[in-house]
Design a protein around this ligand. Structure first.
Ligand SMILES: Cc1ncc(C[n+]2csc(CCOP(=O)(O)OP(=O)(O)O)c2C)c(N)n1
Ligand SMILES: [Mg+2]
Length: 637
């Protein structure tokens, strides 16, 4: 591997350079642009050295959020961001971010300070087996053997994070390296690693895939975030339009082709999955988000064509009809070549298209009906329809929560690739503010004027809420929306909350999903100089959104009060209903009073990946709470 001497580049005085500067210079040589973290012993000097070399340093309020932010930079730019953490607890906090990045297949570098090597096993300050701890959460985890070895290890970490399936990598820097000086000429900086090599699928497999697709009666393309990461938007759009195929984005695949494209069948998601006979997966895994590719959510004989960068992914949970191993962008072009040679178009007047269109129409009508409800407090749909009306087309949407994220995803449109970040494959709450911070930094540098809209459930917001201070400190172009239903999935209004408390201490009687009703989250941002709004009506929501988007001088937070018992819309879904009934009646909740099965359709409906679970949960919640209240009332009687 070629190396370049650093003599002119390092800032060593008297021909000496510190370990901290070597770390920073090695990262700079690998084109790392952003570093997030929290300083302390022994990494403060690394952050300072990084800043001196032109790496942007963002001080966060918790390493978890810092790690989420660094990983989002990796997804958005294709170059890993760095998360810098102190030893022991700092590193442990970052593990959540590493796990999340690895699950999402996003590149990330974590640099952890660690206790001095001479004190190892002695109970040193914040001593922890960091390299071992990171192995489970990363693709590569190592400690350089000397200061001179730091550049090679950092190059390997950066390369590993972006080659093959992207992921998290860890580099451990012992405290005694940080301030130790070595001769500047003894450190060689490994050149910036090359961009990942582009691999293509076997020609025979491409040919077979095209043939399977041509013979499909009810085809469907599924576009995952792997396609977004691979910048495959142009090719996939051409394929969709040339062959007139229906497509479905996964949550973060949204925007690879705009959501308002006529071939997008997101509004008929369950129907499309359940009856497709050939499904092409572009960078989308058959995990829980896609119901494992298995019946009853799919036809038992559905033919999957899997396009993925990772060989180990091919064949997970199903036996695919065709596997196309390679870079998604390159493989899409290979497929397009087949349809260039022998053009083919799926008939737009087919029964399949008709079914999908009808289903989309009825689902959209049901959402619109809910959105138009005038009752107060507002429901989710009313809120999101008003947000959608004012959402800038090029904004980045960050979202987390359960109902907030799931319903929001169906209403809030994405028109551009890599413009949606959410709880992702790991379903992690707490990612929102870190992601928004990363997206806003990248936006500020590359698309000045672009806004980040961060749509948070009230519970989700709480996980990393103190990052509002970070947002204000760096004056980032973020509008935070907290969709406040006083709880996790659902909550109670103030009067009910007070009634519950009459029966005992909150730890004994408050349902576990409750949060304090009527919380004024907007005051969190005003504490730091941002603009806060407390809204209860559509008019207040519209006005606060208008003002927040018009004000480019400071970030804002809109706390939107909604009906605490608001739910997703009802839909007839026999599968979910059966599953829910089977589960509930074989696992009766503890407080369940004897009663006949509830036949309300609404509890058993599911339209997206959280659907079945949420339905079960709503039913569970209702039964528990009602049952518990009955019990409590009986006792009080
Ligand atoms: C790190 C983590 N902890 C806990 C959970 C479990 N969980 C799933 S969604 C959720 C919060 C949902 O409430 P909220 O954000 O208020 O959204 P809502 O459904 O009320 O709109 C929680 C705690 C999780 N997914 N991740
Ligand atoms: Mg909530």
């Amino acid at each position: 591997m070629s190396e370049s001497n650093s003599a002119e580049r390092s800032d060593g005085t008297d021909g000496q350079v510190s370990g901290a500067t070597v770390v920073a210079q090695a990262l700079k040589t690998q084109n790392v642009e952003y570093m997030f973290g929290i300083v302390g012993i022994p990494v403060t000097e690394i952050a300072v050295a990084a800043q001196q070399l032109g790496i942007r340093y963002v001080g966060m309020r918790n390493e978890q959020a810092a790690c989420y932010a660094a990983s989002a930079v990796g997804y958005l730019t294709g170059r890993p961001g760095v998360c810098l953490v102190v030893s022991g607890p700092g590193l442990v906090h970052a593990l959540g971010g590493m796990a999340n990045a690895n699950m999402n297949c996003w590149p990330l570098i974590v640099i952890g300070g660690s206790s001095e090597r001479s004190q190892e096993t002695m109970g040193a300050f914040q001593e922890f087996p960091q390299v071992e701890a990171c192995r489970l959460y990363s693709k590569f985890s190592a400690r350089p053997s000397s200061i001179e070895a730091i550049p090679t290890v950092i190059e390997k970490a950066v390369r590993s994070s972006i080659y093959g399936r992207p992921g998290a990598c860890y580099v451990d820097i012992p405290a005694d390296f940080v301030n130790l000086q070595v001769n500047v000429n003894s450190v060689k900086y490994t050149e910036c690693c090359m961009p990942p090599p582009v691999s293509m699928a076997e020609t025979s497999a491409v040919y077979k895939a095209a043939s399977v697709l041509r013979n499909a009666k009810q085809p469907l393309l599924i576009i995952g975030k792997g396609a977004a990461y691979a910048h495959a938007e142009e090719g996939i759009r051409k394929l969709v339009e040339r062959c007139q195929l229906p497509f479905l984005p996964t949550p973060m695949g949204k925007g690879v082709i705009p959501d308002n494209h006529p071939n997008c069948v997101a509004a008929a998601r369950s129907r499309a999955l359940q009856f497709a006979d050939v499904i092409v997966l572009f960078g989308a895994r058959l995990n829980w988000i896609l119901h494992f590719g298995l019946p009853p959510r799919y036809q038992p004989d559905v033919k999957f064509i899997q396009v993925d960068i990772c060989a180990e992914e091919l064949g997970n949970n199903v036996r695919p009809a065709v596997t196309l191993l390679g870079d998604i962008n390159a493989v899409t072009k290979q497929l397009l070549e087949q349809f260039d040679k022998t053009p083919w178009q799926y008939p737009l007047e087919s029964k399949w298209w008709k079914t999908l269109r009808e289903k989309m129409k009825s689902n959209e009508a049901a959402s619109k009906e809910l959105a138009s409800q005038k009752s107060l407090p507002m429901n989710y749909y009313t809120v999101f329809y008003h947000v959608q009306e004012q959402l800038p087309k090029d904004c980045i949407v960050v979202s987390e929560g359960a109902n907030t994220m799931d319903i929001g995803r169906t209403v809030l449109q994405n028109y551009l690739p890599r413009h949606r970040l959410d709880a992702g494959t790991f379903g992690t709450m707490g990612v929102g503010l870190g992601f928004a911070i990363a997206a806003a930094l990248v936006a500020k540098d590359r698309n000045p004027g672009q806004r980040v809209i961060c749509v948070e459930g009230d519970s989700a917001f709480g996980f990393s809420g103190m990052e509002v201070e970070t947002i204000c400190r760096y004056n980032l172009p973020i509008v935070l929306l907290v969709v406040n239903n006083n709880g996790i999935y659902q909550g109670f209004d103030t009067a009910t909350w007070k009634d519950i408390l009459k029966f005992g201490d909150a730890t004994a009687v408050a349902p576990p999903m409750c949060l304090l009703p009527n919380s004024h989250y907007e005051q969190v941002i005003t504490a730091f100089g941002g603009k806060g709004y407390f809204v209860q009506t559509p008019k207040e929501l519209q006005e606060s959104l208008r003002q927040s988007l018009a004000d480019t001088t400071k970030p804002s937070l809109i706390n939107i009060m909604i009906e605490p018992q608001a739910m997703r819309k009802a839909q007839v879904n026999v599968v979910a209903k059966q599953k829910a009934e089977m589960h509930l009646y074989s696992h009766p909740p503890k407080y369940l009073p004897n009663r006949t099965p509830c036949n309300s359709e609404s509890f058993f409906e599911a339209i997206s990946e959280f659907g079945t679970f949420i339905c079960l949960f709503n039913e569970y919640l209702l039964r528990n709470v009602l049952g518990m209240l009955c019990q409590v009332l009986r006792i009080a009687w």
